[in-house]
Design a binder for this molecule. Sequence first.
Ligand code: SF4
Ligand code: SF4
Length: 128
Amino acid sequence: MMIKVNISADIVGEPIIAESIIETGTILNISQAHFDSNHGEIIAEVEMSQFPKIRDALISRGAEVAILDNPIMRDEEECVECGACISVCPVKVFSFDREWNLQIDADKCIQCGTCLKMCPHNALILEV
Ligand code: SF4
Ligand code: SF4
């Protein structure tokens, strides 16, 4: 499962991710991370069975944790399989198969919304 962890300015300098991983023995597969002086955000994959303990460890240190469980959907009647969404997705959700049909691996979606702006037919839907 994919999760988003938000870290506010008052704790952004603290090693709460590392502490939570070590404390719980949880493996976080981090696909994106952005930190500056005002905010921290990571997108990560975690085993569902390990989620409750890493969530609790992060929250106890002041982070916010959200499950990314509404991945991108495609309106197949609107999609013209132009491929514009393929190059913009940071986690490679979209691809063409051998017959040039668009394939979607929605489990990878981190709900960033980038592809929505690129689709010329408004065929992509993201419910957040
Ligand atoms: S950009 Fe839109 S129309 Fe083009 S392949 Fe992707 S979903 Fe289909
Ligand atoms: S919302 Fe972001 S991660 Fe999801 S398919 Fe679109 S570009 Fe990729």
